[in-house]
Write a protein that binds this ligand. Structure first.
Ligand code: BGC
Length: 414
């Protein structure tokens, strides 16, 4: 199997602020301090069976400091050298997020030096011929907002619009593609339904309210961006799972329900207010009177099934429903020893090329992640980076799989 990609296809990598920058102070920072011990204690129960690298990671996974983002991968101060690394990997697109808490550490006060940082980042990317893909919200919130209810606060949308205006006015000269939100479905379910992430709610009503708020937040952000920068392209990064089933009517019915609730509910609401859809895909889910009946042939370090047809399946299903241009805004795996990454990227891209050949309009692929980073409630042990980070020295080492990815990016085919 081989494959080629349309000319001008955007090859790149992605990160998010809280996961790589370091030095942030937001609602997650507070939650990490309160939960680090609990997460370290529960790690053996959560991962000793599912993670193929448990023996190697158990010391780190049971150490509470693993669950504190702290200085993270030090990207805030090392971004210049990291941009060089993107270039050396032949990558021409970089997705990153702008942390609201850094821009507005206090309500109604924005930090000009922080805004300047992102202006410098975007102009350096542009000079390096790398397309910036800023995400305006990738999960953490400023503490002053969570103190009044986070997205449920009555003025959350108005506050978000102020933040969006500030950032878009500052960066519009160098930014052509904007992502409003990252994975509203993942955030709303982990934070308001399952109670795993801050603010740890298990309340279906709040869950639905937050989703409704995020739909409005997207719409308002879209309108503000279009007003301030009419020629820019605006989308969101949406988590799309590839649901698969046999022809059994029960399985087909379950698949339709799963697709509707997880994949389409949010996109249906915003389908006319996106210029492109950002696809984040990590999972295939085979429905067989129940969920997660996967053969699990190859597993990532987190125990997630590595199924290379999953991304193309998610893309094809999204194309079939919306007929909108798409950009893969996340796809990757935790693989500290780089055993599967080159294989997984290559095979997934072959399937993606086939989906494009069959008509799906995909304009780019941004691998998750450029750097090893802080994986939310899993802390630092899962290693998603094309580039490994030594957390003691913050030294970077390019993984061999990244070289293979760089080659594909350069050739624009496999
Ligand atoms: C998130 C990233 C996360 C990745 C891997 C996505 O759902 O947007 O922040 O690191 O998955 O779990």
């Amino acid at each position: 199997m081989s494959g080629s990609f349309p000319s001008g296809f955007l090859w790149g990598a992605a990160t998010s602020a809280h996961q790589v920058e370091g030095g942030l102070d937001d609602d997650w920072t507070e939650w990490e301090r309160a939960n680090a011990h609990r997460l370290a204690i529960s790690a053996p129960g959560d991962f000793s069976r599912s993670s193929p690298v448990w023996d190697e990671i158990k010391d780190q996974a049971t150490d509470p400091t693993t669950y504190i983002a702290g200085r993270a991968s030090g990207h805030y101060t090392r971004f210049r050298a990291d941009i060089e690394r993107l270039r050396s990997l032949n990558l021409h697109a970089y997705r990153f997020s702008i942390p609201w808490s850094r821009i507005e550490p206090k309500c109604s006060w924005s930090d000009d030096a922080a805004v300047e940082h992102y202006q410098t980042l975007c102009s350096m990317l542009r000079s390096a011929d790398i397309e910036p893909f800023p995400t305006l919200w990738h999960w953490p919130l400023p503490r002053w907002l969570t103190e009044r209810g986070g997205w449920l606060a009555t003025d959350s949308i108005a506050r978000f619009e102020i933040f969006v205006d500030r950032i878009v006015s500052a960066l519009r000269g160098n930014v052509r593609y904007w992502l409003t939100l990252n994975e509203p479905n993942v955030y709303a379910s982990a934070s308001y339904l399952l109670g795993q992430w801050p603010p740890e709610r298990q309340n279906p009503i709040d869950y639905l309210k937050v989703l409704a708020r995020l739909k409005t937040a997207h719409r308002k952000a879209y309108q503000r961006i279009k007003h301030l920068s009419p020629t820019s392209r605006v989308g969101l990064a949406h988590n799309v799972t590839y649901f698969e089933s046999d022809q059994n009517p029960l399985n087909l019915g379950l698949k339709a329900i799963a697709n509707q609730l997880w994949n389409w509910d949010f996109l249906d609401a915003v389908r006319d207010i996106v210029d492109f859809i950002g696809i984040n895909n990590y999972f295939r889910n085979r429905i067989h009177v129940g969920f997660n009946k996967n053969p699990n042939l190859k597993l990532s370090d987190l125990g997630w099934e590595l199924e290379p047809s999953s991304l193309a399946g998610a893309v094809a299903a999204t194309w079939e429903r919306y007929r909108k241009p798409m950009i893969v805004t996340e796809h990757g795996l935790a693989d500290r020893n780089d055993r599967h990454r080159a294989w997984y990227i290559e095979e997934s891209l072959q399937h993606l090329a086939a989906a494009i050949k069959q008509g799906a309009d995909v304009r780019g692929y941004l691998h998750w992640s450029l750097l090893d980073n802080f994986e939310w409630d899993k802390g630092f042990w899962p290693r998603f980076g094309l580039i490994a980070v030594n957390y003691q020295t913050l030294r970077r080492t390019v993984r061999p799989s990244a070289r293979r990815y760089a080659q594909i990016a350069q050739q624009n085919h496999l």
